[in-house]
Design a protein around this ligand. Structure first.
Ligand code: FES
Ligand SMILES: [Fe+2]
Length: 382
């Protein structure tokens, strides 16, 4: 039996870590991964400080000067369209004394700090600085906003805090090609909702990357369980559930005008769940998609933003199409969110010890845990 490392040993555990085979030797993570403030800070540096992660949807912006703020893993950012309409991202931290240069979302000519009103143009250059004339050796260029890299895949905006990172396309691998028939850039964002849970963000992702819990936690999904297929590789987990035409549920009926044209037969007759490391996921059916932004807000607190997309057609956007779908998936989400804080409590208990994973059903959880540990181990000096 593998014993729990104590707090002081977790860095040794990371130094000694070797990849494990799912079927032969995989064990779930030690308790510290879900509770330690130190490991959370290491995640901020090694995962959210180095990987591309999802921050929002292009429809949150409306042309030059529009912006939105976002605070993923407690790093305040502002995403803005500059004068030319190009996307830019900055730490939302004024270079004077760390005030916010924007709140919420809106439209502006300059980003103006809410503390002492220093102002920055849309390219991040410091332009306005009241009552600073007497400051000697003051080089404005040294006090520009700190930029972060921004890229998009379709309508999805990602940032990377590491100036040396590879392009987003490298991290995405083959996913864009696999999804291209859906033409998600043409879909309409119809609804957004934030869920909060007293759960470490990784427990949420781990739950989202396996079908094992579905018949127990979601009785309505039990009838699909045997048909579910899944694979996990590189930075993603992909699950496919064929719909049962006679189930009589919202999942199985796509009235005329509600679904995306041009999908292949498999896409037309099933629901895919994709989870992309570290914080992005989606569920997609021919007539709707739920886009997940998973946002750590401390070692045991997580915000999950769901943006609902539908094909940009009147029937798809109608309340008649959307409301039953929202109800269906909201019920499922609440079943998960009822259970997950119970898991959080238990992984933090002195009675917890790492367990084995189902090779058939939990390959996504295994991949995610391997990616987490690999990223953290890379940040621990030998
Ligand atoms: S902190 Fe921004 S102007 Fe002072
Ligand atoms: Fe679930």
């Amino acid at each position: 039996m593998e014993t729990q490392p104590r707090q002081a040993d977790i860095y040794d555990w990371l130094r000694d870590w070797q990849p494990r085979s799912l079927s032969q030797s995989a064990l779930t993570l030690p308790s510290e991964f879900y509770s330690s403030a130190e490991l959370y800070r290491l995640e901020q540096q090694q995962i959210f400080g180095k990987y591309w992660y999802y921050v929002g949807h292009l429809s949150q912006l409306h042309g030059p000067g529009s912006y939105f703020t976002v605070d993923i893993a407690e790093q305040p950012l502002v995403i803005v369209q500059d004068k030319a309409g190009t996307l830019r991202g900055f730490f939302n931290i004024c270079t004077h004394r760390a005030g916010p240069v924007a709140l919420d979302s809106g439209q502006c000519k300059r980003l103006t700090c809410l503390y002492h009103a220093w102002s920055f143009d849309l390219e991040g250059n410091l332009r306005g600085l009241p009552d600073m004339e007497a400051a000697e050796n003051f080089d404005r260029a040294e006090h520009a906003l700190t930029p972060v890299k921004v890229e998009t895949w379709g309508p999805f905006i990602f940032v990377n805090l590491d100036p040396e990172s590879d392009p987003l396309a490298v991290q995405m691998g083959e996913l864009p090609e696999m999804m291209q028939r859906y033409q998600l850039q043409t879909w309409h964002r119809a609804h957004s909702v934030d869920y909060w849970t007293d759960t470490n963000w990784k427990l949420y992702v781990e739950n989202n990357t396996e079908s094992y819990h579905e018949p127990t936690v979601h009785p309505i999904l039990a009838k699909y369980y045997r048909q579910v297929t899944a694979e996990a590789r590189y930075h993603y987990y992909l699950q496919y559930t064929p719909v049962l035409p006679d189930s009589g549920e919202v999942l199985s009926v796509y009235p005329e005008g509600t679904f995306q044209p041009g999908l292949n037969e498999k896409e037309m007759t099933g629901v895919s769940t994709v989870s992309f490391f570290p914080n992005f996921a989606w569920i997609i059916a021919p007539n709707c998609a739920i886009i997940y932004l998973i946002d750590p807000q401390g070692p045991s607190r997580t915000r999950v933003r769901w943006d609902w997309l539908v094909p940009d057609q009147p029937a798809a956007k109608s309340a008649e199409n959307l409301e039953p779908l929202i109800q269906f998936y909201d019920d499922i989400q609440k079943e998960d969110l009822t259970l997950l804080p119970e898991i959080q409590k238990r992984v933090q208990s002195i009675g917890y010890r790492p367990g084995r994973l189902s090779p058939r059903r939990e390959m996504g959880t295994h991949l995610f845990q391997e990616l987490i540990v690999r990223a953290l181990a890379a940040g621990v000096s030998p």
